[in-house]
Design a protein around this ligand. Sequence first.
Ligand SMILES: [Zn+2]
Length: 292
Amino acid sequence: MGPHHPECPERLAAIADRLIASGLDAYLEHHVAPAATREQIARVHGTRYIDDVEAASPESGLAYLDPDTALNPHTLDAARHAAGAVVKAVDLAMAGACKTAFCAVRPPGHHAERGRAMGFCIYNSIAIGARHACAAHGLERVAIVDFDVHHGNGTEDIFTGDPHVLMVSTFQYPLYPYSGLDNPSPLMVNVPLAPGSGGAEFRAAVADRWLPALADYKPQLILISAGFDAHREDPLANLKLTEADYAWVTRELLQVAREHAEGRMVSSLEGGYALSALGRSVTEHVRELVTG
Ligand SMILES: [Zn+2]
């Protein structure tokens, strides 16, 4: 996204470092993410949008798709692999090879709408994974859980009116992208949290709004848009979650996955910009995924 930008390569290094330092890394199975194919991306994004993004990809320097969203010569390739990571993780989960997975990917995806790049996001990776689960594995009910501090407007845009996907989310409001106050369909459960909210408010939202909706829907697979920018140390927002809250919500979701989805749960990185807090939070999230 350019120099001195919070969405920086060091984010993935912070995650890798902390997983290694915690000793958890030795218990993980690592997979290299393939690039998503055009066919897989086109299940979510219009072909005109895909063509426009490809045409905008620069040979040097930065090309801006939106005031917040730039491409350098390598961004498009990274975005294809970020989406491909979720696709591969879905394949592994459906095969039973890895029931749970975490995709350590950049750029993030949940602000990318069907035909619009936004908020550091080019392709909506979690959405591409959800459509792949339905198209390639015949699933009829996929749940997308989004606990990034920003509303996943892109995911909402893509799945409004789609009976095969339930989306449940929490996010700070007011905050970018200033959407999410309405629930455009019964399968969109948006829970805005006021600035300053912490673990108590978050856990109440999950227990009172998400878990009943998930229990009703009985998802065959759970996908997580895992942003860690609701952490109290994050510089981009004003919620006060801690590592313990991320561990707790992961355990709650795993229980739903075990009950309805044969334990299948795939999580993909969205935001999270305080490097130390990001590394610690992902480690606690992955620790639960491993034991789940
Ligand atoms: Zn975010």
